[in-house]
Design a protein around this ligand. Structure first.
Ligand code: F6R
Length: 242
């Protein structure tokens, strides 16, 4: 696990975006695992700019998002499919048919989870998996106590995660408590993992992930066992490291 500590969030986004730009230069038909949340937004904006300037192309890329809320239709404004279209896909030259988000409203979620794993394998596996991290150490929606070899499945969100994400929902809006998420085992198969974290609220999770024991209490700690993970953090997020 390589830890890169940079001055601020803008530098974190820039460093992360460079990894994607370099990968596209080497392999235009790359397979990217993508994340939602606030942390990757600046990285997405950098990649949008590079694409619109003609420096990189996503025309041959396939993408697989980490997770989706259960029981939200893809066009629901709070769905992660909607988030990805709005924040990234609608602004780049990616083929929408090559972008994948777990189907949170699938009639048979269990089959849908297996099919998601099959689709990732059929694409040749994930070249770069982009991750944020929850304050409780979750990656994707793999909450504390998740099995470290888990695969894509339905997962209950913890109270802490529901509270953290409540900022995206209005008071009278239904906030789902279940998700479909890639498992930790799924994430661990990515060839390269790029985890971004910014701000003091992530300091304890970063400390537990990097310096704590590998334990289901901090799902991100499994990445200590991954052969190629880059953790890119700003000084605030790194403030708990010894
Ligand atoms: C998002 C995801 C989550 C977030 C995490 C951090 O697809 O899987 O694990 O990466 O909750 O969210 P932010 O970036 O909003 O702090």
């Amino acid at each position: 696990m390589k830890v890169v500590i940079l001055e601020d969030a803008a530098a974190v986004a820039h460093y992360g975006a460079d990894i994607f730009r370099e990968q596209l230069g080497k392999k235009p038909a790359s397979v990217f695992g993508l994340a939602t949340g606030s942390t990757p937004l600046s990285l997405y904006r950098e990649l949008i700019r590079s694409n619109q300037q003609g420096d990189i192309s996503f025309a041959q890329v396939q993408s697989f998002n980490l997770d989706e809320y259960m029981d939200l239709a893809p066009d629901h404004p709070q769905s992660y499919r909607h988030f990805m279209n709005r924040e990234f896909f609608d602004h780049i030259d990616i083929d929408p048919a090559r972008t994948h988000v777990p189907p949170g409203n699938a009639p048979n979620p269990l089959t849908a989870c297996d099919e998601y794993e099959t689709a990732i394998a059929a694409a040749g596996g994930i070249d770069i998996q982009l991750l944020g991290i929850g304050r409780n150490g979750h990656i994707g929606f793999n909450e504390p106590t998740s099995c470290l070899s888990s695969r894509t499945r339905v997962k209950t969100l913890t109270r802490e995660t529901i509270e953290d994400n409540a900022r995206f929902f209005s008071a009278d809006e239904h906030q789902p408590q279940l998700s479909i998420t890639m498992g930790i085992g799924t994430i661990m198969e990515a060839k390269l993992v790029v985890l971004l974290a910014t701000g003091a609220s992530k300091a304890e999770a970063i400390r537990a992930m990097v310096e704590g024991p590998v334990a289901a209490w901090c799902p991100a700690s499994a990445l200590q066992m991954h052969p190629s993970t880059v953790v890119i953090v700003d000084e605030e997020a790194a403030s708990g490291l010894t």
